[in-house]
Design a protein around this ligand. Structure first.
Ligand code: UM3
Length: 146
């Protein structure tokens, strides 16, 4: 009798664990965080060369050489995540997990200087269409496509 009780309890625990595992949000936390570090600055407004020079360094994109081109999105994270709910479109590399949205951005492009503390950038502020790749459940941005 005691054994039966123990076994039922064990089974119940296993089923509970299975349930929890099934409902947990599953996404590539690493790439989501990397996307936010490289491409999200909700506080904005950006738009100046000084902004790009400072942010590219602060967000770790001047360590392994000066990254040539990088976009910062100035919208809150909810608005950015919501782009993942737009219809699926083809990404540059052919996968179909991309989505487009119109957001405020600063595009930073390398104009000169030397890695890591003297990478110089030109800034261009605009409100434009961006394409991002999303993964997981719920869907979250994991890659900036264009
Ligand atoms: N990239 C931008 N903005 C653009 C286009 C490209 O930030 O409008 C970045 C994303 C990629 C890299 O870098 O250029 C090559 O496409 P990442 O994977 O480090 O984000």
């Amino acid at each position: 009798m005691a054994l039966q009780k123990t076994l039922s309890l064990l089974l119940l625990s296993l089923l509970t664990l299975l349930g929890l595992w099934l409902v947990q949000p599953s996404y590539d936390q690493g790439n989501y965080e990397k996307f936010q570090r490289q491409h999200v600055d909700s506080r904005g407004p950006g738009g100046t060369d000084l902004y790009c020079n400072t942010m590219m360094q602060k967000r770790g994109m001047t360590l392994d050489g000066c990254k040539k081109f990088n976009t910062f999105i100035h919208e809150d994270i909810g608005t950015i995540n919501n782009i993942c709910n737009a219809p699926n479109i083809r990404c540059k590399k052919g996968r179909m997990n991309c989505h487009a949205g119109v957001v405020r951005v600063t595009d930073c492009s390398l104009t000169g200087g030397h890695s890591p503390y003297d990478c110089r950038y030109g800034a261009r502020a605009s409100t434009r269409r961006v394409v991002i790749a999303c993964e997981g459940n719920p869907l979250v941005p994991v890659h900036f496509d264009s």
